[in-house]
Write a protein that binds this ligand. Sequence first.
Ligand code: PRP
Ligand code: URA
Length: 215
Amino acid sequence: MAVTYDESRVTVVDHPMVQHKLAILRDKNTTTKQFRELVSELALFEGYEATRDFPLEDAPVSTPLEDTVCKRIAGRKVAVLPILRAGLGMVDGILQLIPAAHVGHIGMYRDEVTHEPHEYYCKVPAGIAERTCLIVDPMLATGGSATAAITYLREQGAKDIRLLVLVAAPEGLAAVLEHDPGVRIYTCAIDRCLNENAYILPGLGDAGDRIFGTK
Ligand code: PRP
Ligand code: URA
């Protein structure tokens, strides 16, 4: 049976450059160095989409020729929250876009047999309730890790939560959107399904191992 979810809360970043880079990322022959660089670049592209609704305010600027009024972001505070480990690979890309963002960590690993998430270390920036929270993790498979991360952030008082992944399975999208009525999800691709080990097909394999070269 087809998996259904609220498509209005999912943004697929389908820019040609994103799709080109994602194809290289998926390739099993891509090296650890290339993989790490691509994850960071894709996070930067995704960050543009996930911040598209940030409000602007007038900002007076004196150019070399005259005084004018430009636009700047109206005091938005941002927290970047990687789900460890693989989410760490997306942090630098987001920080290139939002250098003043604060960074939290959500330590979560997926049990290889049950696929259930286990929390091992969590720390969030002060004032999390006033910040736009960008959870970053390359993979959204069953949705267990992301759901647990969102639950934790809500308990800490987070109000504006956006989940940025590079590859999502329909099962994971459905699980997260059903669990949390407020979250929005950004992804570069929605893949076909999960295999019997809850890996995404066609996917890109184990993102953490490919970023850190651990296999
Ligand atoms: C991977 C991935 C996500 C999670 C996705 O992490 O980075 O966090 O699995 O699967 P789910 O949607 O079914 O929860 P993993 O637990 O393998 O840890 P790692 O980042 O340390 O490799
Ligand atoms: N975690 C990964 O790294 N890849 C998958 O396909 C699923 C979970």
